[in-house]
Design a binder for this molecule. Structure first.
Ligand SMILES: Cc1ncc(COP(=O)(O)O)c(C=O)c1O
Length: 374
């Protein structure tokens, strides 16, 4: 059987490749998966729903109570009601459904580089073309001149991630305004991926939820509630496009997981103390990894402001894929910067959603390997 050209043209994720290299004793700072436990209310709520027989198909856009609860949580950013929210079977599916709904064959999608690995392939799977735009060094803001130079009559969408995977960068108000100016001037829509919005250590989250006239926002519960295995996400969009997004989701999954939605619903309204604790834990780890990396000759890292990734640059003359392989052989799994696009080279990504002990041991290995390169 011959698979389609679309799927054969799309590469496998570089993050998964490194994961496959992990031995049983490796320190794995490669995957962006919280090591905290989910809120107990979520687990109880899901179990209760399954025991009560809520195991059948549900509404395609998700249960109304959860759509309303998401709208309520995010209404501090803009005028959002349950009718603007669709619950999706993961943030990843929200992103693909948005691309499937808006991208036509031949359209160009501007994706951040370094950026999360699925935006480009999603554009390609829709018959579009992805074009990488550069993030500035250090603070990882969209390079507006680079974006402007890459806009063509075919540009349909600009993808933004804040806080960012892999960089940990957080969008500034200035960058948001510049992106909105472009969107308005050129008639280009914005897809804002805000799945890490709960994890900001300095400053505040800058959201596009107040601009649903030009933006669609995707979000998720995987990272927020440490339930990556539940596959629960959401998107927020203008009501005028919701019927098409819902039609798309019908063809993907008919309806999202019912018991999991009830679990999320039970936990969401009281989630803040859980998140406050998670931020405290991650911030301490961020401080530790930042200090350790900056203590290594040739490596440099501005403290990442959000998410749970450190994306240091290094001066040593070695490609990031080779360096990540060397580190894997020495027992430390991380992800080469090149896995996140052409502007990610000469960087490594470490996830600090791991214990301080693991981070310390991982940084010992990193320091030794880097010292051996000189
Ligand atoms: C930036 C970003 N967006 C979306 C996702 C998708 O998350 P999920 O599919 O688990 O909701 C991830 C997962 O790592 C991510 O890093």
């Amino acid at each position: 059987m011959k698979v389609s050209q679309r799927i054969s043209a799309v590469p496998m994720s570089g993050i998964r490749k490194m994961f496959d290299l992990a031995g049983p004793d490796s320190i794995n700072l490669g995957l962006g998966e919280p090591d905290l436990s989910p809120p107990q209310a979520a687990i109880d709520g899901m179990n209760r729903a399954a025991s009560a027989g809520l195991n059948r198909y549900g509404p395609t856009a998700g249960i109304m109570e959860l759509r309303d609860a998401v709208a309520e949580r995010y209404s501090r950013y803009g005028k959002i009601g349950g009718g603007n929210v669709m619950i999706t079977p993961s943030g990843s599916s929200a992103l693909l459904e948005i691309s499937e709904t808006f991208v036509d064959p031949g359209d160009e999608v501007l994706v951040p580089s370094p950026g999360f690995v699925i935006y480009g392939p999603h554009a390609q799977l829709c018959g579009g073309k992805s074009v990488e735009y550069r993030l500035t060094d250090g603070d990882f803001q969209p390079d507006i001149d680079d974006i402007l130079s890459k806009i063509t009559p075919k540009t349909k969408m600009i993808v933004v991630t804040t806080p960012s995977n892999p960089t940990g960068g957080v969008l500034t108000e200035g960058s948001k305004k510049a992106l909105l100016d472009i969107a308005e001037d050129k008639g280009i829509m914005i897809l804002s991926d805000e799945v890490y919005d709960s994890f900001i250590y300095e400053g505040k989250h800058v959201s596009f939820l107040d601009r649903l006239d030009v933006a669609v926002v995707s979000g998720g519960f995987s990272k927020m509630m440490a339930v990556t295995g539940w596959r629960m996400g959401f998107l927020v969009a203008d009501e005028s496009v919701m019927p098409d997004l819902i039609k798309m989701q019908y063809h993907v999954c008919a309806s999202p997981n019912m018991p999991a939605q009830y679990g999320i619903l039970d936990a969401l309204p009281g989630i803040e103390p859980y998140l406050e604790n998670a931020r405290k834990v991650y911030k301490a780890r961020r401080d530790l990894i930042t200090e350790r990396i900056n203590g290594i000759d040739g490596m440099s890292l501005e403290p990442p402001k959000g998410a749970f990734y450190a994306f240091p640059s290094y001066e040593q003359n070695i490609a990031s894929a080779d360096l990540a392989n060397k580190l894997a052989q020495a027992g430390l799994i991380c992800t080469p910067g090149s896995a996140f696009g052409k502007y990610g080279e000469k960087h490594l990504r470490f996830s600090y959603a791991a214990s301080e002990d693991k981070i310390s041991k991982g940084m010992d290995i990193l320091a030794e390997v880097m010292a051996g390169l000189k």
